[in-house]
Design a protein around this ligand. Structure first.
Ligand code: AMP
Ligand code: GLY
Length: 427
């Protein structure tokens, strides 16, 4: 089988690594990929970025399955284009991708089907949005409705800040057209959980839970990033939380997908918040999380390609996804200065000291290039270092030991990945 993986980060490396375990896979193309193609067998990079170019390539090369990593092309309708050409592709069609592509659409869907979420209102008119601020308590959450590369959510501490944020989004267009519509919503104070899942629009099967660490500095301080580390499973995902998630979020979501006849096979990533003893849905992402995927897939015992195929053939109800009874910790090694200003092109040393072929050590390339057999930093987030162990504490310890073996100029990692500042008993 020839597989095409669209995207260029550590998530796509992890997907390619997992898919390559299936003996039927003879070739993997990465569009555009990164230097991970040098460490996965029969993997080739192709420098294509638009839906049409990727489609034409898939037709020409008779690709058997395309998997899309990130959201932009999904919202752009790449799945619909492939389907019109009878090509197999895993992911949401344009309409289903709107559950991520438009926060206003997603919130209206949640409200319509009774998915538990924070109270909200959407606006396209600045004056009306500003007026609504009088009714809110603070802090308040303001979201650009469209895709904003993970930067479109602002937690405003007071009315003044909230008004400035609305003006930035709706008048000054800091997020371009993504801010034409804004969602103003109630602030929830709690702990977050990422639950990835797979659906064939008949069932939704959750994966093992994960906990992302989004801020650049320890104790969740400093600027937002694309994610500095992950643990899986997430200790906050207790039996009680799971039951509430299934009943108040997963089941009504599935009802909505069926009633709206969305009819797709892909990933639904539920961004959950546990607050005031309840489980709320903050957002849907309609693709795998980065870096959640890098910690979750190494724990999947099942063959991921077979799981995806079951999704595409609407047979998810007939399979059981098996998971290792272990924990994974993924520590991101970033370039100093990220997420603001950082160097690229510094040589990476020590990669050979991590045994990528062992069951419990993995390195995924997030932003890496290769030249004449050497690897170089090529992004803000450079490497994802993953350890898989029997306990979470061991996995954390091991992943930090692995980061010590690897070196590049100004390497930076958060030191507290996996630390739970709020005890599980207090949620
Ligand atoms: P979203 O893109 O909607 O997940 O928002 C990004 C991040 O903003 C989330 O991961 C939370 O940390 C935060 N956030 C979003 N909505 C809320 C909310 N209603 N209350 C508190 N924090 C939120
Ligand atoms: N780690 C969060 C995301 O992928 O959106």
């Amino acid at each position: 089988m020839k597989i095409l993986i669209v995207g260029s980060g550590g998530r796509e490396h992890a997907i390619a690594w997992k898919i390559s375990q299936n003996p039927k896979v003879t070739k993997i193309y990465a569009a555009p990929g990164n230097a991970y193609n040098k460490v996965i067998k029969n993997c080739e990079n192709i420098n294509l970025k638009t839906s049409n170019d990727i489609l034409n390539f898939a037709i020409k090369e008779k690709i058997d399955l395309t998997i899309v990593g990130s959201e932009e092309l999904l919202v752009d309708g790449i799945v619909d284009k492939f389907k019109e050409n009878n090509l197999a592709i895993f992911g949401p069609n344009r309409e289903a991708a709107m559950l991520e592509g438009s926060k206003a659409f997603a919130k209206d869907f949640m409200e319509k089907y009774g998915v538990k979420t924070a109270k909200y209102k959407s606006f396209t008119d600045l004056d009306k949005a500003i007026k609504y601020l009088d009714e809110m308590s603070y802090p308040v959450v303001i979201k650009a409705s469209g895709l904003a590369a993970g930067k479109g959510v602002v937690i405003a501490q007071n009315r003044n800040e909230a008004e400035e944020t609305l003006k930035d989004m709706m008048l000054n267009k800091v997020f371009a057209s993504a801010g034409d519509t804004v969602v103003i919503e109630e602030f929830l104070d709690g702990v977050e959980i990422s639950v990835l899942s797979i659906t064939d629009s008949e069932v939704i099967v959750p994966f093992i839970s994960a906990k992302d660490h989004k801020k650049i500095s320890e104790k969740e301080t400093g600027l937002n990033t694309g994610g500095m580390g992950v643990i899986a499973p997430n200790p906050y995902y207790t039996k009680v939380v799971e039951e509430k998630f299934i009943k108040n979020i997963l089941e009504p979501t599935l009802k909505g997908i069926k009633e709206e006849k969305m009819n797709f096979s892909g990933i639904i990533f539920f961004g959950l918040m546990v607050a005031k003893g309840e489980v709320y849905l903050l957002e849907y992402n309609m693709r795998m999380g980065d870096p959640e995927t890098q910690a979750v897939l190494p724990l999947m015992k099942s063959d991921f390609l077979e799981v995806i195929n079951a999704g595409l053939n609407k047979k998810l109800k007939d399979i059981k996804i098996e998971w290792e009874k272990k924990s994974a910790c993924c520590v991101v090694m970033a370039a100093g200065g990220y997420p603001v200003k950082y160097e690229k092109g510094n040589i990476i040393q020590g990669l050979e000291k991590v045994n990528n072929n062992s069951e419990n050590e993995k390195i995924f390339f997030a932003g890496v290039s290769e030249k004449e057999g050497n690897f170089y930093t090529n992004g803000g987030r450079v490497l994802n270092i993953v350890a898989i162990e029997n306990t979470l504490d061991e996995a954390i310890k091991k992943s930090y030991e692995l980061t010590e073996k690897i070196d590049f100029k100004d390497k930076y990692s958060r030191k507290d990945i996996g630390t739970l500042y709020i005890p599980v008993s207090k949620i």
